[in-house]
Design a protein around this ligand. Structure first.
Ligand SMILES: CC(C)(COP(=O)(O)OP(=O)(O)OC[C@H]1O[C@@H](n2cnc3c(N)ncnc32)[C@H](O)[C@@H]1OP(=O)(O)O)[C@@H](O)C(=O)NCCC(=O)NCCS
Length: 252
């Protein structure tokens, strides 16, 4: 639905009291798929962790391209090429050296990204039931289709602002994308926030997560801040975290 500002609101769209919403949607390829959004169960554990790890690993190529565009990286590669070209008077050596540097950079980025994924798997995704299903203010949902878990999302109180809910762990299996599953998962979180009287749903995305940013904006989230990741690697690679917010319409 549309509010006065032209923003798309999904707030009243519902996951009924049972915690389950059923949808039938035609994908971008036109095929009909039945799916339902339901609360997490213990038997989903492996599928949820696998989906998170797979969804996040997709971003390694985009991260590589982003790092390659940084001026200091271009400068290092160009200087290496020029110095080796003038000193060896051959094209082969500088080309080999730059190729080697690119391959090493790719490996290094892949390594750090895998470490980040493993860190998340050892953090809130290690004991999903305790982290998300143990208190009234948090929840974890999955999208189920063809008797498989094909999407995930979580919500827990924001560490920074009282009364705000943090959306986390959004992921949809590649072969089930474009069906509106992520939008439905967002709506489950918004509905949960509304039921608990939260003022907003907030989330973080990385600058390389283009599909996610488009999806959140489509649902009605608005970007309110960009921060560079406050680590040495974050600054070196200019990794920007975009913070999004969705003002939850209060029930009258
Ligand atoms: C981001 C992601 C969750 C989207 O899942 P999805 O189920 O395909 O998204 P939806 O079908 O609900 O799409 C919702 C809207 O997002 C936008 N969108 C999603 N994917 C898009 C794409 N590849 N290109 C353009 N727009 C896209 C569209 O506006 C779409 O609305 P529309 O179909 O009405 O035009 C999925 O791509 C994913 O799991 N990516 C990897 C993990 C990830 O990035 N998680 C987010 C962490 S912050």
């Amino acid at each position: 639905m549309n509010n006065g500002s032209g923003r798309r609101h999904a707030g009243a769209l519902g996951v009924p009291g049972s915690g389950v919403a059923e949808r039938r949607r035609a994908g971008r390829a036109g095929a009909m798929v039945d799916y339902r959004i339901r609360e997490y169960r213990d038997e989903d554990y492996e599928a949820v962790r696998e989906m998170f790890a797979t969804g996040m690993s997709e971003y390694v190529p985009a991260l590589c391209v982003h790092v390659l565009k940084q001026p200091w990286v271009i400068l290092v590669l160009a200087c290496t090429f020029c110095v080796l070209l003038t000193s060896s008077k051959s094209l082969l050596l500088p080309i080999l050296a730059v190729t080697l540097l690119l391959a090493m950079g790719r490996q290094l980025l892949g390594y750090f990204w895998t470490m980040y994924i493993e860190h998340c798997l050892k953090e809130d995704l290690l004991d999903i039931r305790t982290t998300y299903m143990g208190s009234k203010g948090s929840c974890f949902w999955v999208a189920e289709a063809d008797e498989c878990v094909v999407g995930t999302v979580a919500a827990r109180p924001s560490d920074h602002q009282k009364g705000e809910l943090m959306l986390k762990r959004m992921s949809v299996r590649k072969d089930y994308r474009g069906l509106g599953i992520a939008k439905a998962l967002c709506q489950a979180v918004i509905c949960f926030a509304q039921q608990r009287g939260c003022s907003a749903v907030v989330l973080n995305t990385l600058m390389v997560q283009d599909e996610a940013r488009l999806m959140y904006e489509r649902v009605g989230f608005e970007k309110y801040r960009d921060d560079v990741l406050p680590t040495v690697y974050g600054r070196l690679a200019n990794v920007t975290i975009s913070k999004y917010r969705y003002g939850v319409p209060q029930r009258s």
